[in-house]
Design a protein around this ligand. Structure first.
Ligand SMILES: Cc1cc2nc3c(=O)[nH]c(=O)nc-3n(C[C@H](O)[C@H](O)[C@H](O)COP(=O)(O)O)c2cc1C
Length: 381
């Protein structure tokens, strides 16, 4: 791996941002409007401290856990992120393979640049499918049917995208998805020749392959992306969730739920789990950070598996979220920083950093197993 001693996720972030064209680094790192939600996601973890217990036998410390009836090596997985091929060619597959090798779940994005069939083959037991439902219900039904046929164990429906966010870095950069090959990106590319070389060698703009079958035949990558974004369904309702429940035989998860009433409604609709999330601060800038609302979600839906994401950059962040009651967490940017820096090896490195930091923290506070983490380990101000 050609990265200079990335000791932590902050190092990996720096390395990634050095390697990517600026406008792509901005898309990865940034959020909406004033980016308060991005900062809030990071700051939420500063509110908590972990109280150590000593004289505890920590020799068998382990991050192993179970979720939806199966074991995983760690209580965290890789969150769905659209268009990862922009960071590295074959990005979806590299993320999927790294997750499978580390025995953690990977959620393939509904805006992926690989098909559900290809990602399923790359990580048969570990790849879940995230749905961006289409206005055309026939497309949505077909995508779900394909995910069923591809044997995906979990369907994650992202519900927190009713509005197009105002991402001001992207507006200033003239950035769109996929990025138009204008003079700005060409200049940016000259300053980042390795990225440019890889990008051109991979055939240029990647296509949203999972959506491509629904677009008119012969459409190029830009055309497919526009087609998909025109078809994205901004006005999902509980009726749709009920329809997904009826069609999907496996684990059904809603991503983006933050309101207690919504959590109760999800339980009534037969949903199995929630990923409490503000979409990494990329949607509404005034949304709470996930951990601010996890307690009320746990109260409202005690029978659902409550997970969270947003702002995780340290193993201790994961320990804190679990101690506060989240069953599992997901990371978005942390593994993308690894992907942009060193491909699959970089993703594996990001996972290893988080896992090792978790173990150090768990040993330090005398909580050697996931089951031993509880609210009494957390001091709040
Ligand atoms: C570049 C990027 C693309 C994303 N694309 C999607 C997506 O396609 N679907 C989705 O549900 N969430 C998407 N997200 C949000 C992530 O799933 C996750 O909620 C968020 O990244 C968590 O915050 P973190 O990056 O601080 O870990 C994206 C996030 C990033 C950074």
């Amino acid at each position: 791996m050609r990265i200079e001693q990335p000791v932590n996720i902050a190092d990996l972030r720096r390395a990634a941002l050095q390697r990517l064209p600026w406008i792509i680094g901005d898309w990865l790192d940034g959020g909406s409007e004033d980016e308060r939600a991005v900062r809030r996601n990071l700051a939420q973890f500063e509110r908590f401290r972990l109280v150590p217990r000593y004289l505890v036998d920590i020799t068998g410390a382990s991050t192993g856990t179970s979720l939806f009836g199966r074991g995983y090596a760690c209580p965290f997985g890789i969150a769905p992120t659209g268009y990862p091929c922009i960071f590295r060619p074959q990005g979806d597959l590299l993320l999927a393979r790294a997750a499978a090798a580390a025995d953690i779940p990977f959620i393939m994005s509904g805006a992926a640049t690989a098909t559900v069939e290809a990602v399923g083959a790359a990580a048969p037991d570990h790849a879940w499918f995230q749905l961006y439902a289409a206005k055309d219900e026939g497309i949505t039904r077909d995508m779900i049917a394909r995910a069923v046929a591809a044997g995906r164990p979990a369907l994650v429906v992202t519900v927190d995208v009713p509005a197009d966010p105002k991402r001001e870095r992207d507006i200033r950069n003239g950035f769109d998805m996929p990025p138009p090959m204008g003079p700005r990106l060409v200049l940016d590319g000259l300053v980042h020749p390795q990225w440019t070389w890889r990008y051109l060698a991979a055939g240029g703009l990647p296509t949203m392959a999972n959506w491509a079958p629904y677009a008119p035949k012969g459409m190029d990558a830009v055309g497919v992306a526009r087609f998909a974004s025109d078809k994205f369904h901004a006005t999902l309702s509980w009726r749709h969730v009920e329809a997904f429940r009826a069609q999907w035989p496996g684990t059904l998860i809603l991503k983006g739920i933050m309101d207690a009433g919504d959590a109760r409604r999800a339980a009534e609709a037969g949903v199995d789990g929630l990923i409490v999330s503000n979409h990494g601060g990329r949607q509404g800038d005034r949304l709470p950070a996930a951990l601010e609302v996890v307690p009320r979600i746990l109260d409202a839906a005690p029978n659902l598996t409550v997970m969270m994401d947003g702002g995780i950059r340290r193993g201790a962040d994961i320990v804190t979220a679990l101690a506060l009651g989240a069953r599992f967490v997901f990371v978005g940017r942390a593994t993308l920083f690894g992907l942009a820096t060193a491909g699959q090896a970089g993703v594996a490195h990001a996972i290893a950093i988080l896992k090792d930091e978790m173990l150090v923290t768990m040993r330090q506070i005398g909580r050697p197993t996931i089951a031993s983490l509880g609210p009494d380990a957390v001091l709040t101000t």
